[in-house]
Design a protein around this ligand. Structure first.
Ligand code: SME
Length: 177
């Protein structure tokens, strides 16, 4: 079972932001994330908090959440939005590619990808996405962070910059805190 094309009443379609508004929203989100996670070491709490703040501040985040590395595949972790796929193999989807290559993936139009192999449509309303690898203090992949928008071309180098910075700050440098 996957999410239906009809949006539940409490889920809103995405609203794209221009560069200035996007930068301002990320700057505010970073302050809120850092303040709330001061001294926190639990990964699940960190994932849930980062996700909640970003989903609240960025109006084009339709589905946002972590897929964590578990038993050789990606399994859904803290997320907000419509029903997400539970497990994703490393060989499939944009999330799998981000995990395999350990490189951020930006997709302007997910419908241009081969469905079922290059892209997994958990919710047919998703139109563009960004997936960022999440590494721990030893440089090992622990998760990917996946954000989908109902608009095409919602994500760009600015999203990549802030999301990579947030993941680096709260997971890669955890051993140094
Ligand atoms: N977009 C992902 C699938 C996960 S859902 O969008 C929540 C992918 O193709 O990897």
């Amino acid at each position: 079972m996957s999410a239906s094309a009809e949006m539940p009443y409490f889920i809103k379609p995405s609203l794209n932001l221009d560069t200035e508004a996007k930068k301002a929203a990320y700057e505010q989100a970073v302050v809120a994330i850092d303040a709330n996670l001061e001294g926190e070491t639990d990964r699940i709490l960190k994932m849930a908090t980062i996700n909640s703040v970003l989903k609240t501040y960025l109006p084009y985040y339709y589905w946002a959440g972590f897929y964590v590395v578990k038993n050789g595949r990606l399994s859904v972790g803290p997320y907000q939005g419509t029903l997400g796929c539970l497990h994703i193999e490393f060989g499939r989807g944009v999330c799998g590619r981000a995990a395999r290559e350990q490189k951020t993936q930006l997709v302007g139009d997910v419908h241009a990808l081969a469905q079922g192999s290059e892209h997994i449509a958990c919710d047919p309303n998703s139109a563009s996405e960004i997936v960022v690898p999440v590494l721990d203090g030893k440089g090992e992949l622990i998760a990917v962070y996946d954000v989908d928008s109902t608009q095409i071309n919602s994500f760009d180098a600015l999203d990549q910059f802030y999301l990579e910075k947030i993941m680096e700050r709260h997971f890669r440098r955890e051993a140094l805190d």
